[in-house]
Design a binder for this molecule. Structure first.
Ligand SMILES: Nc1ncnc2c1ncn2[C@@H]1O[C@H](COP(=O)(O)OP(=O)(O)OP(=O)(O)O)[C@@H](O)[C@H]1O
Length: 286
């Protein structure tokens, strides 16, 4: 018998979720199979070039891992995609029709790009269930949302997400008592409540136990296909568990791209990583 509750949850969730798809956004046109196009992107801070002629193409439904040494430009790239930083030059399209460089951060989020930062930011005073409920609130206030009678569709959506993130049994517990890993899953769940088409996930397993890391790998793998995921991560053991395609960022450009084996045997990648101190993290590509 499978005694791992998250595995069981994921199993029941995947049958429960067979009809669960992120709904297509009205203006998002992915008929060519590509959801994100970054071309010739340049970002400078004063005279320092953080992003340098960056080209990146993400297919709809794929789970792409982005790796790269400290200061390679990973966060800056995510900031460009979400509208936080505007590049000095280049183009960034969400599908064929949405020009990200003409949109502000709320418009980009509204269009279906969700971002999960490294540090979980759940509402500790609320229950797990209420955290998911307010994530669905849109422009409503927290108070209004908590008083609002949840309709059946909303409740079903919350239950789907609770199953998926493995927190069904914790639903009525305060988020404050969750472990670090559980808080990360809850925050992912909160993001999923907004049904993003493209999910940007920044260092999801930093600070997690090995067991939590394995569960996170299962969770992200189960989301791919239904959503498109771009995961920035330093932990190579984790990247190995989830990656189909890995892009290596170095000095603001893509240094190498391919499957994990191709990337870890690439001499340029090995050289870049050998020059970096590990800061206690598992960053060895070999
Ligand atoms: N607002 C800013 N002003 C000046 N320099 C910046 C700014 N933001 C980032 N940088 C610099 O740009 C470079 C890329 O930073 P970025 O945070 O994108 O790298 P990263 O790959 O995410 O690094 P890490 O893995 O350490 O998080 C770094 O050298 C950083 O110091």
């Amino acid at each position: 018998m499978n005694k791992n509750p998250l595995k069981q949850n994921l199993k029941s969730a995947s049958s429960f979720l067979k009809d669960y798809e992120a709904p297509p956004q009205p203006d998002l046109d992915t008929t060519k199979g590509i959801i994100l196009y970054l071309e010739g992107i340049n970002v400078s801070f004063d005279s320092f070039k953080a992003i340098n002629e960056l080209n990146l193409y993400i297919k709809q439904g794929e789970l792409r891992c982005i790796i790269g040494p400290n200061g390679a430009g990973k966060t800056t790239m995510m900031d460009v995609i979400t509208g936080k930083t505007k590049p000095q030059s280049g183009t960034a399209w969400f599908g064929q029709k949405l020009n990200l460089l003409t949109m502000d951060e709320p418009q980009i989020a509204q269009a279906g790009i969700g971002r999960k930062f490294q540090k979980p930011t759940v509402f500790e005073a609320l229950t797990v269930n209420d955290n998911l409920m307010i994530a669905n609130a849109g422009k409503k206030t927290v108070w209004h949302t908590l008083r609002h009678q949840v309709n059946q569709i909303e409740q079903e959506q919350i239950e789907e997400i609770l199953l998926l993130i493995g927190l069904m049994e914790m639903r009525n517990e305060s988020a404050a008592i969750l472990s670090h890993g559980q808080k990360q899953w809850l925050e992912l769940g909160m993001l999923l409540m907004q049904k993003p088409q493209l999910l940007l996930v920044d260092e999801p397993v930093a600070g997690m136990t090995t067991q939590e890391m394995d569960k996170t790998a299962e969770l992200l793998n189960s989301l791919a296909g239904k959503h498109t995921l771009v995961v920035v991560e330093h932990d190579m053991d984790f990247v190995r568990q989830i990656a189909k395609t890995v892009s290596v960022l170095h000095q603001g450009s893509i240094l190498a791209e391919g499957n994990m084996e191709q990337v870890q045997n690439n001499p340029k990648v090995i050289e870049v990583y050998l020059g970096q101190s590990t800061t206690g993290r598992n960053v060895n590509v070999a």
